[in-house]
Design a protein around this ligand. Structure first.
Ligand code: SOE
Length: 383
């Protein structure tokens, strides 16, 4: 049983996202003064041996080999879902029905119908729920939103968002789960396009209401994956069909009247994790690139862009970490995420991004797919 200040966490999955979430649960209490102390109670994975090894490495007290057992446990109050998208809905709904709080990796689900069922389950349950769009918790991205909210950019006219990676440019890179529609739901569109849709909506406070889209799959067949299914996987001699997009490009309209362009690809040779967003308003502009994640560029009053080093104590989240000027990394965004989630649980506030926010992103992704299938025809998100 948990005591007054401790809260048990059960996590499902221990690959890339599981490792980075573990790092967040391990470190959050050491840097942030929190009302609740997370206890890393149990890790679930299908293989007993591998899950035991991962639990020992990552700091989890126990293991389960069936997530259904994890969601039933009395020492688990928070269920953290770090599995591929095909299991998000089933696990999240079971956990919410069991009275747990749920943190779910992005995109929320593989289909709009699944995401709607998750939103309904969240609305009916006592537990809090949040979808893990971690880039909202990059200090520079949170600062960008603050600038827009303060009116420093004026009326928002353009959003230019890109998410560029290159980890599947080699045609011999294997057919990992992120390249299979039944497991991932979509390709670059869902995996990284979802992040830039969320970031654009978060920073501007506007929703994408319609899109015109183009998608492409450059490499139609790849070697089946051998040992690992992750980003460092190796291939076999046998080949299988790629069933997702390799690149997705779309233009869109936002609810406040801005126009936007989005590009998501894992074929941008030389770009490793370039999550970029530039926003132009009537009074100024801002620009961010995750490859320089401690910087935000701001233009105001008709001048060119000036660099803000987002490393100062009055910047979002930064004061909890190192002395001024020392900078943060990818992993900190997840620590900020669990910190905000724990605070919402403790205070009874509704954490964001909510499952409803995740559903709205899911509807944009679905509209992109419909538009691309329909020869780039302009498609309303709510149709
Ligand atoms: C792979 O493209 C990936 O790991 C995404 O799945 C993550 O969401 C992103 O943060 C980094 O890249």
């Amino acid at each position: 049983m948990s005591d007054r200040t401790s809260i048990g966490v059960g996590m499902i999955g221990y690959a890339f996202m599981g490792r980075v979430h573990s790092q967040a649960w391990r470190s959050v209490g050491a840097f942030f003064d929190l009302p609740l102390a997370p206890r890393m109670a149990v890790l679930a994975g299908r293989s007993k041996e591998r899950t035991e090894t991962a639990a020992a490495q990552l700091g989890w007290a126990g293991i389960e080999t069936d997530w259904r057992e994890l969601v039933k446990r009395d020492d688990v109050q928070i269920v953290d879902i770090c599995t591929p998208g095909d299991s998000h809905a089933e696990i999240a709904i079971a956990a919410l029905e069991a009275g747990k709080h749920v943190l779910c990796e992005k995109p929320l689900a593989n289909t709009v119908a699944e995401a709607e069922a998750m939103v309904a389950a969240a609305a009916a349950a006592p537990g809090k729920s949040m979808v893990a769009f971690n880039y909202r918790r990059v200090p520079a991205v949170a600062l960008a939103r603050r600038f827009v909210e303060e009116g420093r950019l004026g009326e928002i006219r353009h959003v230019r968002a890109q998410y560029l990676q290159d980890w599947i440019v080699d045609p011999d890179f294997p057919l990992v789960w992120r390249l299979q529609k039944d497991k991932a739901g979509a390709g670059a569109l869902g995996d990284i396009g979802s992040h830039i849709v969320d970031a654009a909506q978060f920073i501007t406070g506007q929703q994408v209401v319609g899109v015109s889209a183009l998608t492409e799959t450059f490499i139609k067949e790849r070697p089946l994956a051998a040992e690992s299914a992750g980003l460092g996987a190796t291939g076999t001699a046998e080949k299988g069909t790629v069933t997702v997009d390799d690149a997705a490009l779309f233009i869109g309209r936002l609810s406040g009247g801005a126009v936007a362009s989005f590009e998501a690809t894992r074929f941008a040779s030389g770009r490793k994790n370039a999550m970029r967003i530039e926003i132009n308003g009537s009074l100024g502009s801002l620009s961010f690139d995750f490859e320089s994640m401690n910087e935000l560029w701001l233009s105001q009053g008709g001048g060119g862009f000036e660099r803000i080093l987002v490393t100062e104590p009055d910047h979002p989240y930064v004061g909890a970490w190192w002395p001024p000027g020392h900078g943060l990394g990818y992993e900190h965004t997840f620590t900020h995420e669990v910190k905000d989630f724990l605070e919402a649980i403790a205070t009874g506030a509704d954490p964001t991004p909510s499952f409803a926010d995740g559903l709205r992103v899911q509807k944009v992704l679905a509209a992109v797919e419909r538009s691309a299938a329909d020869g780039s025809r302009y498609t309303n998100v709510e149709d």
